[in-house]
Design a protein around this ligand. Structure first.
Ligand code: APR
Length: 257
């Protein structure tokens, strides 16, 4: 899919004068890696579960094994996938712009795997388990080899206090890691341009970051094949899948105006 050349050029022009770029990403950037977005319908075994109903502390309290297994399924999906040209295009921006910071809502680790150097993970990481009671402080991470093995019908348990283990991700109705959120707000308030990629823009507080950026004088570019909540506020809206749009943007930026 080729995006309107004039719009790509407009976005490139914003980036040419940019010293500090903040990039806010959501599940859409990993879609072309084969990882379903949060609000996509799931298929197979999980088709009848709503992710928004599984990703809560209440769901874990009701049925820890179900929630833990769902994350095992998501981990396997991610383990069998890899970053796509959208993730790599963001890495390619680093030599072109003095400061590039990725703020991601994704827990798949693909930005770091692709080689992005400064990544703020707002919603934690799928690659880690922690004690659900955080018995040794937040977060009490537990390496796979250290976990007490799962009894039938249960998740594995914490080796220190025997509470269930859970993925080190942020669920609905939970607070974000304070340090990550503070850094994300500071980066959003001090960037020249914010590039938003593949998020529906409906989950707070991440969805407010583009508005903090605009209020502080930044320009806004949004990339999404569909419309999202942030698009109407964008200076340039690039409609298309990020695995195609972002490499075109990098090419335009490399070409002198
Ligand atoms: N390229 C870019 N964007 C895409 C692509 C693509 N190839 N395919 C789909 N999208 C867009 C969709 O149009 C949608 O706007 O990605 C967005 C995905 O939206 P969500 O599924 O809502 O994901 P996200 O915004 O990351 O959700 C935020 O909600 O459930 C929680 O914690 C979870 O981090 C997640 C948060």
């Amino acid at each position: 899919m080729t995006v309107d050349r004039a719009l790509i050029e407009q976005a490139a022009q914003l980036l040419r004068g940019c010293a500090r770029l903040a990039v806010l990403t959501g599940a859409g950037i990993s879609k072309e890696s084969g990882v379903p977005t949060f609000r996509d319908a799931m298929d197979g075994l999980w088709a009848r579960y709503d992710p928004q109903e599984l990703a809560t502390p209440q769901a874990f309290a009701r049925n820890p094994k179900l929630v833990y297994d769902w994350y095992t399924y998501r981990r396997e999906l991610v383990a069998g996938a890899a970053p796509n040209p959208g993730h790599y295009a963001l890495v390619d921006l680093e030599p072109l712009i003095p400061e590039v910071t990725i703020i991601t809502q994704n827990v798949d680790g693909f930005h770091r795997a692709a080689g992005s150097r400064t990544v703020i993970e707002l919603h934690g990481s799928l690659g880690e388990d922690r004690c659900s009671a955080n018995c040794r402080g937040a977060p009490t991470l537990v390496k796979p080899g250290a976990a007490l093995p799962a009894a039938p019908g249960e998740p594995p348990r914490c080796p220190y206090c025997r509470s269930f283990l859970r993925p080190n991700v942020v669920w609905f109705n939970e607070a974000l890691p304070v340090e990550a959120l503070e850094r994300a707000m500071q980066v959003s308030r001090s960037c020249d341009v914010m590039l938003v990629v593949g998020t529906s823009g409906v989950v707070q507080p991440a969805a407010s970051l583009p508005y903090w950026a605009v209020r502080s004088g930044a320009k806004l570019i949004d990339v999404n094949p569909g419309m999202d909540e942030i698009g109407p506020a964008a200076d340039v809206f690039l409609q298309g899948p990020s695995g195609e749009v972002l490499p075109q943007l990098v090419d335009a930026l490399r070409t002198p105006a």
